[in-house]
Write a protein that binds this ligand. Structure first.
Ligand SMILES: C[S@@+](CC[C@H](N)C(=O)[O-])C[C@H]1O[C@@H](n2cnc3c(N)ncnc32)[C@H](O)[C@@H]1O
Length: 292
C-alpha cells in the first residue's frame, strides 16, 4: 500500500494548520465540483470492495444473517432505546448496522453512494426480512425532505468527505429539533499513529492511496485508488456547532472494537496496536450532538 500526501493540481491550497475554531469558521467550502473526480474514484473503489467484504471473515455475513447484531457496545450504549424512533444511517455500506438498528426496533432509512453496496444491502434485507429503506446517494448531496429522530454514522466515514461543513448541514437538515446525531469514529490520533504519512489538520488536497486488497481478508487481486481527507477534532466540532448541532457528549476509547492492521488482541472485542502496547492511545471516539 502506498500512502501519499497532496494530489497535484486540481484543488486550491487548502486551509492547513487550522489551530482554532474561530479560524475554521471563516472558511467556507461550498463547491463540490472540484472534488468530483476524487469522489467518483472513491465510489468505484467501494463498488469493487463491497463483494469482497460481503464474503469476508471480517464481516461474517452468514453469521450476521442469523443474529443480525453487528453493532458494538460503544455505539449501542450511546444510542440507548431506539424503538419506534425514525433513524437515518449515513454511509451504511452493505447495511449490516442499518439492519441491526431495524432489528432493535428503529424505523431505518440508510444511505450510501455505492450502488453495489445499496443493491447488496437490499438483497440481504429482503432475504432476512428486515425492513430498511436503502437509498443510493452521496451524503453531501442528500435531500430527503424528511426529518428524523436520530442520525447515526460510524467507523471509517468522515475521511471520505471533503467538506465537513456540507456534511453537518446535511445532518442538520435531516434532524428534528431535539433530535440526536451520533458519530462513532476512529480517532484521528490513531490514524496518524497507525501509518506514517498522515497529517492531522485538514487540507482540501486529499491524501491518496493506491491499495492492493482491502481492509478485510480476501481481495488479493483488488487494486483501488482512493482519496482521503483528514479532519482534526476542531474541524469536526466546529462544523457541527456552526450548524445548530450542540455537542453534548464526547468520549474517547483506548481500544478498537475491530482487529485492524498492526493490531493485537488485548481482550475479547478490544484490539490495540502492537507497537503501542505500553502506551495508552485513543483508538475511537464517540460524539453525540443535539439539534437546536
Ligand atoms: C468504512 S464504510 C462504513 C462503515 C460501516 N460502519 C461498515 O463497516 O459497514 C464507508 C462507507 O462510506 C461510503 N461512502 C464514502 N464516501 C461517501 C459519500 N461521499 N457519500 C455516501 N457514502 C459514502 C462507502 O461507500 C462505504 O460504504
Amino acid at each position: 500500500m502506498t500512502h501519499n500526501q497532496g494530489v497535484a493540481g486540481s484543488s486550491p491550497a487548502g486551509p492547513t494548520n487550522i489551530h482554532s475554531i474561530e479560524t475554521y469558521r471563516f472558511i467556507i467550502y461550498s463547491n463540490l465540483d472540484k472534488f468530483k473526480k476524487y469522489l467518483e474514484s472513491n465510489k468505484q473503489s467501494w463498488n469493487k470492495r463491497t463483494p469482497i467484504h460481503i464474503k469476508s471473515d471480517f464481516y461474517r455475513n452468514n453469521s450476521f444473517k442469523k443474529k443480525i447484531n453487528s453493532l458494538k457496545s460503544i455505539e449501542i450504549d450511546s444510542l440507548g432505546d431506539v424503538r419506534r424512533k425514525s433513524l437515518l444511517h449515513l454511509q451504511c455500506h452493505f447495511g449490516q448496522d442499518s439492519m441491526s438498528l431495524a432489528k432493535m426496533g428503529a424505523k431505518v432509512t440508510a444511505v450510501d453512494f455505492s450502488n453495489i453496496a445499496i443493491k447488496e444491502a437490499k438483497k440481504i434485507a429482503e432475504e432476512i426480512n428486515i425492513p430498511v429503506h436503502f437509498i443510493e446517494s452521496d451524503v453531501l448531496k442528500l435531500n430527503l425532505d424528511k426529518k428524523f429522530d436520530i442520525i447515526f454514522t460510524s467507523y471509517g466515514v468522515i475521511g471520505w468527505l471533503p467538506d465537513l461543513n456540507k456534511w453537518a448541514k446535511t445532518i442538520a437538515n435531516h434532524l428534528k429539533v431535539g433530535g440526536e446525531f451520533l458519530l462513532t469514529e476512529f480517532h484521528p490520533f490513531f490514524q496518524m499513529i497507525q501509518d506514517d504519512g498522515y497529517n492531522y489538520f485538514y487540507d482540501s488536497k486529499p491524501d491518496y492511496e493506491i491499495e492492493s486488497g482491502t481492509y478485510t481478508d480476501g481481495g488479493e487481486d483488488l487494486s483501488t485508488t482512493t482519496y482521503w481527507w483528514n479532519h482534526s477534532l476542531t474541524n469536526i466540532f466546529s462544523a457541527l456547532e456552526s450548524n445548530k448541532l450542540k455537542i453534548i457528549e464526547f468520549k474517547e476509547f483506548d481500544y478498537s472494537p475491530f482487529l485492524l492492521r498492526g493490531m493485537i488482541k488485548r481482550e475479547d472485542g478490544k484490539y490495540i496496536l502492537e507497537k503501542r502496547q505500553k502506551n495508552s492511545t485513543p483508538y475511537v471516539f464517540n460524539l453525540k450532538a443535539l439539534k437546536q
